[in-house]
Every structure is written in structure tokens, then in C-alpha cells.
Design a protein around this ligand. Structure first.
Ligand SMILES: [Zn+2]
Length: 520
């Protein structure tokens, strides 16, 4: 009896063991049922040539890395998270066409629109989009005339790899409306609402894996991750290496100019079509990676310009402060350097440069200075003219220069000067903010005539509101004047090594006020 009762138990036990073995085998086989889709990420790439004195970046190196990764992981999407058409020294000449050429050759798959894509206006951008062999995606950038995404792009794209489908859509900063030049016919919709709508639509079409290619601030990216249910965000804009997560979705941002290549592997279930896991690594792009020979075509086409831009014109033994927020609010060593060069080159009594025309927006480290550095500081090709005006008009011009200093965080009109020393107080009413003013060591004489070196933009066009200068007598007209960048370069070449230092020629009495807090 016992035996009889034991026998069926043994049978049941055997069946269970076999079942467990079969189940565990299928569990082991499960990883084989995922498809790996590799996303290769760059963002904010303004030049195809390497940066940091040739040590980092470079699209020719990027193409080498891309091809090597593709050999090992054939299901690859090469993505750019926006900002490439502007600003750059090359774009002064080509308006971003050189980058489209480079991306076409590097076999980019998709890009979203960055805020800087609109810097040359919507028509130039449309032209660039037509030249692109890759696809642009920006679901929240709407052409008001058609009600559809700008540039006739699809709201999202779908790609199939080994039987699994992935969808990808783009998002752009709403503030592009005011920070760039999209014109009146382009609308920027709320990123979160757009993302929610996109994901809903994509899921409804049976696609589970959704990639957002964004050019937003990190706080907006986190909001999009929380509110929409995207699987991964490939972002940009900050120029900082960031790896975050929100709402279960990882968010990646490389720095800029292809200094790194992000490799993000999505392991997608063949059965469900959903992302099972994500692996990633950040690959530094350095001079250890050889150029892809295919890229030589681009170097040939633009080689003369690139070579000219990398030509060393002199050295600086100190850091050059060309940050916009500083040069539009206080004296900087770059402002002094430019205004001094203007004055010396025209033998004028005084020099003035509006802070808004000084660009680069970075601190240029001590070391060699290239033609590219000079043009990045003065990219507008303004002419350095000389005019004659009364002391009263000069005072009026300087008052105008500081009239928005307390009201505007970065007033473009702010005057960088030479031969002039003044003290101003932003707390006083506009028009009477200058409390002390001297010209070449003597108090300003309102009745005396002075000669002034400045840009044609300021003196001839009355740019940045300097209308009072339009009536000044012109001594060197723009037709006979030199380019501002050439004047600056000549000053560097003559000295070989420059070391500009601020000398207190501009004093601001309201500078120690507390900066406004970001918190509500
Ligand atoms: Zn940006």
C-alpha cells in the first residue's frame, strides 16, 4: 500500500522536475529574445573640425567610431540633439551649410531643432533642412500657416530592427521664440503636452519603445520624462555632461562639439516590443581616434577656411573674458583691448565699443590666439569709423550706454571704452547715472570737440539706440574703414603677446546688489 501510494507521488515529482527544467530553460532562452538597438548621441556641435587645440571632437573621428560600433551593433541610430547651424565662425560665411554637408557625410539619421537653428531666420533653416540627407524632428515646432511641424517634417519617425519597432520624436525649447529669429509664423508648443500626445499616438499604433530627441533644459526634460512615458531622452543644450533619470526614463546630454559620443543600448523584448533594460557608456572623442578617410571630402571642400581659422596670430598671457553677461555690465579686459585698438588704429581721442557686439561668450584661456578666436570675439565684420562730436554729445552717448544697466540683465548697448574713465550708478534715473567722467585725465568739457573711434553699426547706423551719434561729423567713413576683427588682430600681431588687464576705467556703484534668486 505504501508502495502503491508512493509510486504516483514519484510520478508527480518527476513531472514537476521536468516542468521546472523546461520552464527554467525557456527562462534562460529569454535574453536571446531581445533586440539591441544602439543610439549614438551627440548634441550642440558647432564645428566639424576638432576643438580644444585639436585634442577633442571632430566629425571625421566621430565617423570612425560610428563605423566601428556599427560593426558590432548593426541596429544603430545616429542622433543629434540640436544646435549645429549657428553660432560659429564658419557660419559667418556659410550659414550652417558646412555642417549639413558634414552631417550628410557622417551619415546622421535624425536631428531635432535646437534654438540656434533659427538664428538665420526660418527661410535659411528651411533651405538647410532641404539640403539634409538625414531627417529633422521637432513635434512641438509648428508652422502656423499649415498647422504642421515646421519644414514639413513628420511628427515622429518609426524604424524597425529585427522585428521590433521604435518610434522617435523631437522637442525644442519654447523660449526659441524670443532668443532666436523664428519669425512670426512659427509656434513653439509646450514640450510636456506635446510629448504626452506623441507617446499616446505612438502607443496607439502598437509601438512600445519611444525615444525623445530633445533640445530643452534639464528641468524640462525631467518634466517630459515624468509626464509622458517616454523610454529614454536624448537631450542637449546645457553643454554639460549630464546623466539623469526621471519618471523611470534616463536622460543623457553630452557636453558640446562632439567631445564625447554617447552610446545608449536599448535591449528591447521581441515578444512585447518594450524596453527591458538599457546599457550605456560615454566615449571620449580624442586625437587617439583616426579620421575616417571618407571625411577627407569635407576637409577638401572647406580646408582653406579651416586652415586659415586655425592660424595662430599671437598669444595672450592672461585669460580673455569674452563672456556676454560680463561685457554687457562692467569693464572687461576684452572690452578694454578692443576699445584701445579702435582708438589707436584711428588716432582718435577716445574709443567706444558696444558690449553686445563682443561675442564668443566664453573665457578664452591664456595661450595661443588663432584667427578663429579673433573672429569668434568680433564676428559681425563691422567697420571701425572715426567721428567728431561735442563733449555734451559724448556724455549723452555714455548716459545712453548705461541707461538700461539696472533694468536689463544684458544690455547690448553697454559701452566698453578707451581714453574715458567714468563712474555710474544704476540706481539713479536713466540719463543722469554718470556721476564722474574724465577724458584722457581731464574732466569732460561739454563745449570741446572730441574724436571718437567706434563701429559703423553704432555711429553710422545708430545701432543699439545710439541715435545721437548719427549726426556726428564723419572723419573716417565706413568705405575707408577697416574691419573690427582686422583692427583687433593687428593689435595682437603687433604686440605678439598681449596681457590686457582691467584698470578701473569704468566703475559701477550698484554692482554689489544681490543677484535675483531663481526660486519663486
Ligand atoms: Zn541650445
Amino acid at each position: 500500500m505504501r508502495i502503491d501510494r508512493v509510486a504516483p507521488r514519484r510520478f508527480v515529482l518527476t513531472v514537476i522536475i521536468v516542468l521546472v527544467a523546461v520552464l527554467s530553460l525557456s527562462a534562460q532562452q529569454k535574453p536571446d529574445c531581445t533586440v539591441r538597438v544602439t543610439l549614438l548621441q551627440v548634441n550642440d556641435v558647432y564645428q566639424f573640425a576638432p576643438v580644444d587645440e585639436g585634442t577633442r571632437g571632430g566629425l571625421a573621428r566621430l565617423l570612425t567610431l560610428k563605423k566601428a560600433i556599427q560593426k558590432e551593433s548593426p541596429n544603430t541610430l545616429f542622433l543629434l540633439s540640436g544646435d549645429t547651424i549657428s553660432p560659429s565662425v564658419e557660419s559667418i560665411t556659410y550659414k550652417g551649410a558646412q555642417m549639413i554637408d558634414a552631417w550628410n557625410l557622417a551619415q546622421l539619421d535624425y536631428s531635432t531643432l535646437g534654438n540656434h537653428e533659427f538664428d538665420f531666420g526660418p527661410d535659411v533653416l528651411r533651405q538647410r533642412m532641404q539640403e539634409s540627407k538625414f531627417k529633422w524632428l521637432a513635434a512641438n515646432v509648428i508652422d502656423k500657416k499649415t498647422g504642421k511641424p515646421f519644414g514639413d517634417t513628420q511628427p515622429y519617425a518609426v524604424r524597425e530592427f529585427d522585428g521590433v519597432k521604435v518610434a522617435i520624436f523631437g522637442l525644442t525649447l519654447e523660449e526659441t521664440k524670443i532668443t532666436s529669429r523664428p519669425g512670426p509664423d512659427v509656434d513653439f508648443l509646450n514640450p510636456c503636452e506635446t510629448a504626452r500626445k506623441m507617446v499616446k499616438e505612438i502607443h496607439a499604433n502598437g509601438i512600445k519603445t519611444v525615444i525623445a530627441l530633445t533640445h530643452l533644459s534639464m528641468s524640462e526634460d525631467k518634466e517630459v520624462a515624468r509626464c509622458s512615458g517616454v523610454d529614454v531622452i536624448i537631450g542637449g543644450h546645457e553643454h554639460t555632461l549630464l546623466e539623469s533619470s526621471s519618471g523611470g526614463a534616463p536622460i543623457f546630454k553630452m557636453t558640446a562639439d562632439a567631445r564625447e559620443l554617447g552610446q545608449i543600448d536599448l535591449n528591447i523584448s521581441k515578444n512585447s516590443g518594450a524596453v527591458e533594460s538599457i546599457d550605456w557608456k560615454i566615449i571620449p572623442v580624442t586625437n587617439k581616434t583616426p579620421d575616417d578617410p571618407q571625411f577627407a571630402a569635407i576637409n577638401r571642400k572647406y580646408g582653406a577656411l579651416i586652415k586659415e581659422l586655425s592660424r595662430v596670430v599671437g598669444r595672450t598671457s592672461v585669460d580673455l573674458d569674452a563672456r556676454s553677461a560680463v561685457g554687457r555690465n562692467q569693464e572687461t579686459n576684452v572690452g578694454d583691448l578692443i576699445a584701445d585698438a579702435f582708438r589707436a588704429s584711428t588716432r582718435a581721442d577716445v574709443g567706444l565699443m558696444n558690449g553686445g557686439s563682443i561675442r564668443a561668450d566664453e573665457i578664452i584661456s591664456a595661450g595661443p590666439l588663432t584667427r578663429r578666436d579673433v573672429l569668434s570675439i568680433l564676428p559681425f565684420k563691422n567697420k571701425v569709423v572715426k567721428v567728431e562730436l561735442s563733449g555734451a554729445s559724448l556724455r549723452e552717448a555714455l548716459e545712453h550706454g548705461v541707461a538700461r544697466s539696472a533694468e536689463d540683465a544684458e544690455p547690448g548697448r553697454f559701452p566698453q571704452v578707451s581714453g574715458i574713465r567714468f563712474t555710474f550708478d544704476g540706481r539713479r534715473p536713466p540719463g543722469s547715472r554718470i556721476v564722474d567722467l574724465s577724458i584722457n585725465g581731464k574732466p569732460l568739457d561739454e563745449k570741446r570737440m572730441y574724436t571718437l573711434a567706434t563701429s559703423d553699426y553704432v555711429a553710422i547706423d545708430g545701432g543699439d539706440g545710439y541715435a545721437m551719434l548719427k549726426t556726428a561729423r564723419v572723419l573716417i567713413p565706413r568705405e575707408r574703414a577697416q574691419f573690427d576683427s582686422d583692427v583687433l588682430q593687428a593689435a595682437i600681431v603687433t604686440k605678439k603677446v598681449i596681457a590686457p588687464k582691467t584698470d578701473g576705467r569704468i566703475k559701477r556703484l550698484d554692482q554689489n546688489q544681490k543677484p535675483k534668486s531663481d526660486c519663486p
